[in-house]
Design a protein around this ligand. Sequence first.
Ligand SMILES: Cc1cc2nc3c(=O)[nH]c(=O)nc-3n(C[C@H](O)[C@H](O)[C@H](O)COP(=O)(O)OP(=O)(O)OC[C@H]3O[C@@H](n4cnc5c(N)ncnc54)[C@H](O)[C@@H]3O)c2cc1C
Length: 413
Amino acid sequence: MSEAETAGAFLTALRAASPSLTLLTEPADTEAYRFDETEYMHPGQPLGVALPTTTDEVSTILRLASTHRMPVVPRGAGSGLSGGAIAIEGALTVVMTGMNRILEIDAANLVAVVQPGVVNADLGRAVAEEGLFYAPDPASFEWCTIGGNIAENSGGLRCLKYGVTRDWVLGLEVVLADGAVIRTGGKSIKDVAGYDLTALFVGSEGTLGIVTEATLRLIPAPAPKLTLLAFFPTVLAAGDAVVRLTSSGVVPVTLELMDNFTIRAVDDAHDLGLDREAGAMLMIESDAGGEVSVVELDSAETACTAAGASSIVRATDPTEADWLRQARRAAHGALERAGVARAWTTSAFREVGFPSCSRASSASPPSTGCASASSGTQATATCTLLSWSTGTTPPRRSESMLPEHRSMPRRSR
Ligand SMILES: Cc1cc2nc3c(=O)[nH]c(=O)nc-3n(C[C@H](O)[C@H](O)[C@H](O)COP(=O)(O)OP(=O)(O)OC[C@H]3O[C@@H](n4cnc5c(N)ncnc54)[C@H](O)[C@@H]3O)c2cc1C
């Protein structure tokens, strides 16, 4: 049988076995599902796009794909940065956004049971209504899915204190390549006998099976965050502040570093009034609550001052804190505008021999200049890489994404 005949037989069998499954095969319909946010990889033309709404449909897809030896690409919202969701030539893309129900918020046991297509921010809002908290919050949280977060083991702005997605997944329902449906883990934290298959699936980038349900850990909601931005003449000085702060025993919920290029890119894109001459900026937040938060930020301020901060800004209310946070959340989009977030399209990265197109998502793109700054050394390495990749200044932009166009209050030291 030719490749085309095999593909045709597969689609015919799939339509017969699962008549209610939404299956797109026209290129005009499948186009929107070919790319993710990883521009350096060049997608193929998929055989089709399936949008299952039940575990049974996912199981049927994988069973028949296996029988017909057809490759399959699982996909969430397509916000990934490692190319895992881009279309492969002749493969079936399986889009999980239709399975987007929060099945249960079990406040007594501090768990949520969700389908993989639930958007991260929607889960956060739903559990907040119960006074609860789900910590992993990639900067794409308003559109990425829990399934994608699990497959990527995503972090986010809160991962320094609360860990990454793997630390919040207690159990999974997964459909394996042959269509078999398995369950791993469960609601109980002490469900630890045997191999830790849950941990194995988290971060496997869709290569081991398709997640169709997840049991996630929740905690009582922490206090609203207090936020501080500190600007430094150099990245090394910012790294010094990180070392001073972490060695003082304070574990802030957020400790994020941006270098000068990223500061300028964000300021160009959103006109936040950041210190454009600073070599680096640290965003530090505490959610310890009450006086403890104040003490933590006081310690942060002391560490930053001792490391030579040129200016420090502290939010005085939650609205101002949210506004300061935009400086970090806006970084990826701003770097894209500046033409560096998808940095593998630049000659610098091609010259060092990264593959131009491959399913091997372990070949992650280089850093874009934002990092959870857990040590001065790590922060320095990350930002040096960004400077090396670009070496140009982005054009000035005046557009603002903030509800109110405001200028940052400067509190020079
Ligand atoms: C602006 C922006 C900011 C970001 N910020 C962060 C950040 O702060 N921290 C961070 O860690 N990441 C960040 N990311 C990348 C992050 O990994 C993704 O945004 C997110 O986790 C992917 O979710 P998604 O639903 O878009 O998945 P997709 O991009 O669609 O897919 C990602 C991977 O998951 C697999 N997959 C999807 N659903 C399933 C499923 N149900 N079962 C099995 N495999 C599946 C896919 O095959 C693919 O390999 C950012 C991305 C962007 C664009």
